[in-house]
Design a protein around this ligand. Structure first.
Ligand code: KG4
Ligand code: ZN
Length: 363
């Protein structure tokens, strides 16, 4: 049996401050996971304000650590190592977590590991479902949208991603345009339930282009135009218009993600013919119709579909503790001099994606 390690994880790269305690040996167990969101702080601004986020992280990160330790029934003396997100993300927020982690490591002498936030998401199917390498992963949230083939704990091949906005951002913008509350995804999904997706013809950008890259910003603009046309004609939006526009938008996102996933799976099968596992993570993975469309695609292509529980799909520190813990178990740790990185591509062999969304730089 592998020796057991208990890891404290810290995450502060976007608009969730989080700490978690994860126990790792041959298996992984989440002993505590605390997440403090900031939706209320950013609600008036139509997006995450980096300075407000950084201040909130600085104020709350040590509280999250205390709460996570208490939830696990532990003190720092029970911890064997610290894992912290050091990028990619909003630099002020990342710095809050990194400084807290370095402070604890200095005071206790515990080893510290710097973790790539995207690696945290990409390794979550191993934490929750013990999925073995290699698998295809779709990260789809307010800040990320990319296809990764996870080949090893530190080896990821990015085979596509958004060249502009992330789908979650597009859901949030759609909600704002339709007068629905933030974060927009769940509200657009609810409105879409009674809508007719065919009432409006919205584009499917980049579907005509080969490969797995995606684009969502033109879809947002198309929705704005469709809304404005209704407002000009009728002087406002009815509930039915809101539902129809929501349904048309959601179907367009679903069609783009499904078709690009089909292509990503084909590329993955060619590169890794021995495995057929597809996993999703990120807030947009909570969307019922999108999830159903991806599940149906996997059933058609005889591929296992893995979706971690939502609290581990969205930003959290358990995934960071796990990703860092794997390195600690392998006898690795980082020098205290590691830096916070706003950009940190998981696969530096892949060409840079063009976009940089409101929730921070894409990697
Ligand atoms: O992963 P997450 O919690 O945070 C990051 O963005 O990193 O994802 C939040 C995003 C938001 O943009 C939100 O609108 C979207 O995920 N989202 C959804 C749904 N639930 C959350 N989008 C579509 N349908 C949903 N049910
Ligand atoms: Zn994330």
């Amino acid at each position: 049996m592998t020796k057991a390690l208990t890891i404290l994880g810290i995450e502060s790269s976007c608009d969730d401050t989080a700490a978690a305690v994860v126990r790792l040996d041959d298996t992984a167990t989440v002993l505590a996971s605390v997440v403090k969101g900031q939706n209320d702080l950013h609600a008036d601004f139509g997006g995450v304000v980096p300075e407000i986020a950084a201040r909130a992280h600085a104020e709350r990160v040590d509280i999250c650590v205390e709460e996570a330790l208490a939830e696990a029934g532990m003190t720092l003396s029970d911890i064997n190592g610290i894992a912290v997100t050091s990028g990619p993300g909003l630099i002020g927020g990342v710095l809050s977590g990194v400084m807290c982690a370095k402070g604890i490591a200095t005071a206790t002498g515990l080893p510290i590991v710097s973790v790539n936030h995207l690696a945290g998401h990409a390794l979550t199917p191993r934490l929750t479902d013990a999925v073995t390498f290699p698998y295809l992963m779709l990260l789809v949230s307010g800040g990320h949208c990319q296809f990764l083939i996870a080949e090893g704990p530190e080896t990821f091949r990015r085979i596509g991603g958004t060249i502009d906005d992330a789908p979650g951002e597009a859901f949030d913008k759609t909600a704002r345009l339709l007068g629905l509350p933030q974060p927009g995804g769940p509200h657009v999904e609810r409105a879409a339930q009674t809508g007719d997706a065919k009432a409006f013809a919205l584009p499917r950008p980049l579907l005509d282009r080969a490969g797995c890259d995606m684009s969502f910003s033109g879809l947002k603009t198309a929705l704005l135009r469709a809304r404005d046309a209704v407002v000009t004609e009728k002087g406002g939006l009815t509930e039915k218009d809101r539902s129809d526009l929501s349904a048309a938008f959601q179907l367009a996102v679903s069609d783009i993600l499904t078709e690009k996933t089909r292509r990503a799976l084909t590329e993955y099968f060619e590169l890794q013919p021995e495995k057929r596992v597809f996993a999703i993570a990120g807030g947009v993975a909570a969307n019922g119709p999108i999830r159903a469309a991806l599940m149906a695609l996997c059933a058609e292509l005889e591929t296992d579909f893995v979706a971690p529980p939502l609290n581990l799909c969205t930003d959290n520190a358990a995934m960071i503790a796990y990703a860092g813990g794997v390195r600690l178990l392998a006898g690795q740790s980082d020098d205290m001099a590691f830096k916070a990185r706003p950009r940190w591509p998981l696969d530096d062999r892949a060409p840079a994606l063009l976009g940089s969304g409101k929730k921070g730089a894409k990697a």
